[in-house]
Design a protein around this ligand. Structure first.
Ligand code: FE2
Length: 352
């Protein structure tokens, strides 16, 4: 985070920040009720700009601010969960990741909204630099281009059975990706974010910055080695040494490396459960060319073009691996091959 380490995060950046929220807030109107979840570690300028943007579009907007949770995927304050159940859209502007594995988030999501579920706009771990200098600085045309790439990759996954992921740093993992509904991944990942559903009139989902396409392995089928070589949700920041995870029949059986590996093990043992060690999470390819390399920031790394976030623990798509903690780490410049013949990406360049 070059700008922030040089100049800090001054409130005058509001001047540039507001513009980066134009796209996600474009379709917000008077009828919409928003709950913004945040914590005491988040840069206040970001939730202030978000609240101002929502208010200027006429939406009803409530901010819920609570002390930072102890670990990623921990539930928000129960009071915030109660408020979020009343919202049409929830914006997660927290400094810990949230996902649908946590009971609180599941409770929110099941309550209604767009197509019977409340969309949660995942903007966790954002900072000014990601928005202004990085992935948040995209044009509408660039978002469309990302959706088109994602649709094409999704279509390959829809028709594929086996995925193989390799990287120069030593990843070599295979898994079964069959079992999704026909055409579902192309449809899901080709969809523009933050749009209103034509039938219900309600706002749908979105992440900001935008840009990924993922598939989940069938539980029990992943085998090989994962090398997280940039960063992970924990420990935060750009890593000095990679972390190697050996996977057998869909389960992590060994974690090796330096200080980072020790920290990852400690984190999993402290906050995870039995299923955290299983491969249920995402095999996800970033598509956003504006996300800069070497930031050590997960929010940006997860969307960076050609980088992969590969998660262990809770898998939201299939709903077969439920765990208290999902941990995602980044593999740079991946090669992805489906069914031994379709090269989805080669050394970080998406080819389909
Ligand atoms: Fe993802």
């Amino acid at each position: 985070m070059e700008m922030i380490s040089r100049y800090g995060a001054p409130p005058t950046r509001l001047i540039s920040l507001l513009k980066t929220l134009d796209y996600p807030l474009k379709q917000v109107s008077e009828a919409d009720k928003f709950v913004v979840l945040t914590d005491d570690a988040m840069d206040p300028l970001i939730w202030q700009a978000t609240m101002a943007g929502l208010h200027s579009h006429g939406a009803e907007a409530l901010l819920c601010l609570y002390p930072r949770r102890e670990y990623h995927c921990a539930d928000p304050s129960p009071l915030a969960v109660a408020a979020a159940k009343e919202a049409d859209v929830v914006i997660a502007l927290t400094t810990t990741a949230l996902n649908s594995g946590t009971p609180g988030l599941r409770a929110i999501r099941s309550e209604g909204g767009g197509r019977g579920k409340t969309p949660i706009w995942l903007w966790e771990e954002l900072n000014q630099e990601i928005l202004i200098e990085g992935g948040g600085n995209v044009t509408a045309a660039e978002v469309e281009e990302m959706c088109e790439i994602q649709r094409r990759v999704g279509a390959v996954y829809d028709n594929g059975t086996k995925i193989r992921v390799t990287s120069e740093s030593g990843t070599d993992l295979t898994a079964d990706i069959s079992g999704y509904k026909p055409g579902s991944l192309a449809q899901r990942w080709g969809k523009l974010p933050f749009q209103r559903d034509e039938e219900t009139g309600k706002l749908g989902g979105g992440t900001w910055p935008f840009g990924e396409v993922h598939v989940e392995p069938k539980p029990g089928t992943a085998n090989g080695v994962i090398v997280w070589d940039q960063t992970a949700h924990y420990p935060a920041g750009q890593w000095r040494e990679p972390v190697r995870l050996r996977v057998e029949e869909g389960r992590v059986v060994e974690i090796s490396g330096g200080i980072e590996a020790r920290e990852v093990r400690h984190y999993l043992e402290t906050y995870g459960d039995e299923n955290t060690w299983k491969l249920g999470g995402e095999i996800a390819l970033g598509t956003n060319r504006r996300c800069r390399p070497l930031t050590g920031a997960m929010r940006s790394e997860k969307k960076r073009y050609g980088a992969m976030h590969l998660g262990i623990g809770h898998g939201a798509d299939r709903g077969e691996v439920n765990s208290t903690l999902r941990l995602e780490g980044i593999i740079d410049q991946v090669t992805v091959v489906v069914d031994d013949k379709i090269v989805v990406a080669k050394d970080g360049e998406i080819l389909v």
